[in-house]
Design a protein around this ligand. Sequence first.
Ligand code: F6R
Length: 633
Amino acid sequence: MCGIIGYVGERPVSDVLLKGLKRLEYRGYDSSGVAMFHGGKIEVHKAAGKITEIEPLLADRKQKGLEGGIGHTRWATHGAPNTKNAHPHKVGDIVLVHNGIIENYREIQKLVHSKGLTPKSETDSELFAFLVHFEMTEEKCSFVEAVRKSFLKITGASSVVAMHEQHPGLIVGVRNGSPLVAAWNPELGAMLASDAQPLLDYANTVHYLENGDMIVCERNKIEFIDAHSGLKISRPGVKIDWSADRLDKNGYPHYMLKEIHEQSRTILDTLNANFAASGAHLPFDFAPHPGIDNLSRTDRLSIVACGTSWHASLLGKYWLEKFAGLSVEAELASEFRYRSPVLKKNQVLMGVSQSGETADTLAVIQDVNKREIPTMCITNVKGSTIARESKSALYTYAGPEIGVASTKAFTGQMLMLLLLAGKLGRDVAVNDSTGKAMGEIERTYRELFEVPHHLSNALMEGSPTAKAVKAAALATQNSKGFFFIGRGYSFPIALEGALKLKEIAYVHAEGYAAGELKHGPIAMLEPDFTVIVLAPHDMWYEKTVSNLQEVKARGARIIAIGHADDKQIPQMCDHFIPMPIKTKKDDGTPTMSEALNPFLLAPILQLFSYEIATMKGTDVDQPRNLAKSVTVE
Ligand code: F6R
């Protein structure tokens, strides 16, 4: 969850570390720190709070980074988020930053105490520095060897990056579980970080460390070592196709708002990338892909994911069942991994993960790999651990998502699952003598290319949709609580809408299948309560309207989202948010397949949460207690 960075090279070390830490801040942001050489000694600067807190401490430290420096932005696991527990930690000559959890920390703590020593912090991380210190002082190991031997003594998923006061110009990293990525180029020198984003400012080819790898970084080279054998290994470079300019806000006040608006483009990017690769002779064509081949051969798929990615997976279930007749379960990875799931040999297991690093999703994939069931994943990050551990990977083209609350990555996941459903469904429908199923698939495919246009119309400042979102947010911002309800494709979107509001506005919100309301939650309704009803004109419309009436009868405030030409719902609710499409085109044909409604509803709800959060003045991009990449259980 934490972000770690190390640099040795020509550029001013404090600039590189601070810029890199800002890129990594989405991973955790309760405290931060850097360590760098100054006057032949390693100085450590740290502070509780965000990176901006340590910036002034480095104002007069602008020397070249030839002696190296390391930095850290923290998401607390062991010990409160304060300056004492902030990284880097220094023990003797050793300074280090750590990401992950050392599970056998008690054992190491006892060892440290038995030698009459007391750690300065409450962290498990500092204990690793003691281990290295003991290896060097008692076993007379070299620094690199001491890091290696210490690493073999810890358990749990961790990455560590360390420096030594007597070895300027040398940075050592080790990885087990928590990601670590390196880059080197002649002008830059060597750099390593928890993910590729800070490296993109300097290089577009990066090297991912595998579990059990060590890296030794110097100004003129990087070397990889197998931590178990101590032997040199090679880790080939991976070209990253994101450019650093996609990491900036481009004039938007928040990354989240920028990313909400980017969705029209990212949907098109994902469509184009897939169909360009395939040549798109038929609707929903994909380039040959081993994962899709496996799906074509099975009638059963288990999807595992967490949080927002689970909501996308749930929606995938609806599409894959309907279009492709596939039996699909969409499960929370954290539950799935500790159950006794019954998996069939000929089925497929898919992980869905924006970051490609989520611990629970990764663990399921690793377990299922051992059972010889084909695994695959949908992820946004090439080279991520989940992408590499899965037997095959499909990528979304959302680009880097910096706002901690997921927006464009979510629509990217939805799209990829719909594309899969369309492709598998088409292959079945081609043999359907009625041609009915094929007709629906062809229509959905055609209309899919119109979604980015509708979405831009919805989100554009001053559009009827955007204005209605703002007005509804203004009127309901102080509600006692929010329910989001929907049926069919709108149910996972209701769950996601509620999660977004909780995450960024810290407001109590729950998502329900609209039919579930009367089975308990309806007791909560009173005039101070707001219910957001997702009511597009789809096959569930009449039933949703009945649920809306039940809510109205209990006096709760109602925001309804529906087609722009809906005559019924605007009369029944307090605030109506029109989707930028009508139920029918002027020639009487339906405007948009109902399977595509989530692509408009989800961004509208993202915008709603954003409006409420900004009205409340919360930290939209880095909400409290959260981190983007959840690499611990
Ligand atoms: C919410 C959000 C999280 C993630 C979840 C899984 O906005 O982003 O709920 O969806 O932590 O993360 P990934 O998709 O990286 O596996």
